[in-house]
Design a protein around this ligand. Structure first.
Ligand SMILES: Cc1cc2nc3c(=O)[nH]c(=O)nc-3n(C[C@H](O)[C@H](O)[C@H](O)COP(=O)(O)OP(=O)(O)OC[C@H]3O[C@@H](n4cnc5c(N)ncnc54)[C@H](O)[C@@H]3O)c2cc1C
Length: 487
């Protein structure tokens, strides 16, 4: 075992990642203060590391952003806990905090985070689609998806989910829909595109259903996600407004440079910035990242979903969870989440995704709010003007450059794992490094824990560090069993 020689560190330690003189505990810089970064920092802090979190924004949370400007919480990024069950890695914390969840769907479908009976769909003339049509077309949609699985089995080459749909329509005229039913089918496709934050012609047929769905359905965080991230961040050394521009890796440590030229040095780094930021190469790596890592960054898809939250002074819409507009193409369809149902606040959240979301991001906030309101007026002509609005910009925000990752056509699902695999003393975390739960908060959280554990092991193996503990060892009263792989 190589012993750790503090004096051999060629990199001068900057303030922020200092070491205690008496007990030289290892140090780590966590880059990115979203769920992944904060989870990693929390676990390493618990394991006696000296941790500094460098976060480019003036807030933590990243794509979890609870906005309070309406006078109550509105999540402009993530709002659901996908998988309301004990197996969900976030469940213990949410449970401990006593935060209420509103279950919008009891089933475990990848496609529907709302049960069918909770929708009210309208055509563009404001006529409500009869519920039996919604149900019938929903069943046809499921049959089409089942048929696309056969297309998948028959073809070794990948194709888009849209292409597979068209093949099924050719083969099974009985599943084709006409008139209003066609528009409802497009609306289901629009919902599917919303799940992946991508258009159907870009989603991989081979991989679209590879993520693991936890049981328990989908629960909306009634009071927003903010209390969860704030709890995890308690006691951590977090430097807001610190945009990292360069990461230099040497055998004995890492040097991290921020925008204003300040330098931080530590034994290791956890990189928990979004895939979009990695794709844009806003952080320079020296030496360069290996080719396989760069390929994973380039080949993973990053989708777009935005939210336009409209705050009204009174309720004028039906008491359902989701309002939908059906139209001849999925691009023209839309939907609104009725927050009133879950939280009691008079807010509708318009949620465009894919190309539509990108097009809306080119508008000013006022125009985007008008656009959303126009969609609403189509279905509810008596709608009154909103008194306030909020608009997200996840695609153009330099701190995210996209909403969440998805499997692109022709690319393998294990790219998520390749993005996660460490490179020497660099550990990678974030939703796009999760094979099982990409694109989710609990996925981001669990990759943070994994990166922390990999980092702890790396330091333990490399330096034989004595002051490293299992997370929580000092406070836990229970003994930790030995990790024995063979009895
Ligand atoms: C509109 C929308 C709706 C969603 N809905 C849901 C949902 O209902 N349920 C769900 O589970 N998931 C949902 N998601 C996905 C979920 O929000 C993300 O998967 C998760 O929050 C990602 O966490 P992360 O830590 O990987 O990344 P982030 O939260 O993006 O954290 C990365 C951090 O890095 C920082 N950063 C960026 N560049 C730099 C730099 N150069 N230097 C330093 N710091 C930097 C960023 O500011 C950010 O704080 C949604 C996402 C969006 C956008």
């Amino acid at each position: 075992m190589v012993s750790r020689d503090q004096n051999s560190l060629q990199m001068k330690r900057a303030s922020g990642c200092t070491e205690s003189k008496k007990s030289p505990s290892p140090s780590v810089i966590v880059i990115g203060g979203g769920f992944a970064g904060i989870a990693a920092a929390n676990a390493l802090h618990e394991a006696s590391f000296q941790v500094v979190v460098l976060e480019s924004r003036d807030r933590i949370g990243g794509r979890v952003h609870t906005n309070y400007s309406f006078g109550f919480p509105v999540d402009m990024g993530a709002s659901w806990l996908h998988g309301v069950c004990e197996e969900n890695p976030l469940a213990p914390l949410i449970g401990r905090l006593g935060l209420p969840l509103y279950r919008t769907s009891g089933d475990n479908s990848v496609l529907y985070d709302h049960d069918l009976e909770s929708y009210a769909l309208f055509d563009t003339d404001g006529k409500q689609v009869p519920p039996e049509v919604v149900t019938k077309v929903g069943e046809a949609f499921e049959s089409i998806l089942a048929e696309t699985d056969k297309v998948r089995q028959e073809n070794s080459e990948d194709m888009s989910i849209l292409k597979a749909f068209l093949i099924v329509m050719e083969r099974r005229p009985d599943l084709r829909q006409e008139g209003l039913a066609h528009n409802v089918l497009q609306w289901y496709l629009c919902r599917m595109e919303g799940w992946f934050a991508a258009d159907a012609d870009t989603i991989s047929l081979k991989s679209w259903d590879q993520e693991e769905l936890l049981p328990g359905g989908h629960g909306l965080m009634v009071r927003g996600y903010r209390p969860v991230i704030n709890t995890l961040a308690k006691g951590l050394d977090i430097r807001l407004g610190h945009r990292v521009t360069k990461i230099t890796r040497r055998y004995n440590g890492v040097k991290v440079t921020v925008e204003d030229g300040r330098i931080f040095v530590a034994d290791a780094a956890v990189i928990a910035v979004p895939l979009g930021v990695m794709k844009a190469k806003h952080i320079e790596f020296e030496p360069k990242l290996p080719e396989w890592k760069e390929a994973a960054i380039a080949d993973l898809g990053i989708g777009i979903e935005n939210k336009v939250a409209l705050h009204f002074d009174k309720i004028f819409w039906p008491n359902v969870e989701f309002l939908g507009v059906v139209a001849p193409s999925s691009y023209e369809c839309s939907y609104f989440l009725n927050l009133h149902k879950a939280t009691g606040h008079p807010v509708l959240v318009y949620m465009p995704s894919g190309r539509l979301a990108l097009d809306i991001e080119k508008m000013s906030d006022q125009e985007a709010a008008n656009f959303a309101f126009t969609q609403l007026k189509k279905i509810l002509p008596d709608a009154t003007e909103p008194i306030q609005y909020l608009v997200s910009h996840w695609a153009t925000d330099i701190n995210s450059l996209g909403s969440y990752s998805f499997d692109k056509v022709g690319k393998s699902h294990d790219l998520f794992e390749r993005l996660r695999i460490p490179v020497d003393n660099l550990f990678f975390a974030g939703e796009a490094t999760s094979m099982d739960y990409p694109g989710s908060v609990h996925g981001a959280y669990s990759t943070g824990l994994l990166a922390a554990e990999d980092c702890r092991m790396h330091v333990l193996e490399r330096y034989g560090e004595r002051n490293l503990f299992l997370a929580g060892e000092e406070t836990a009263s229970v003994s930790v069993p030995l990790q024995i792989s063979r009895l």
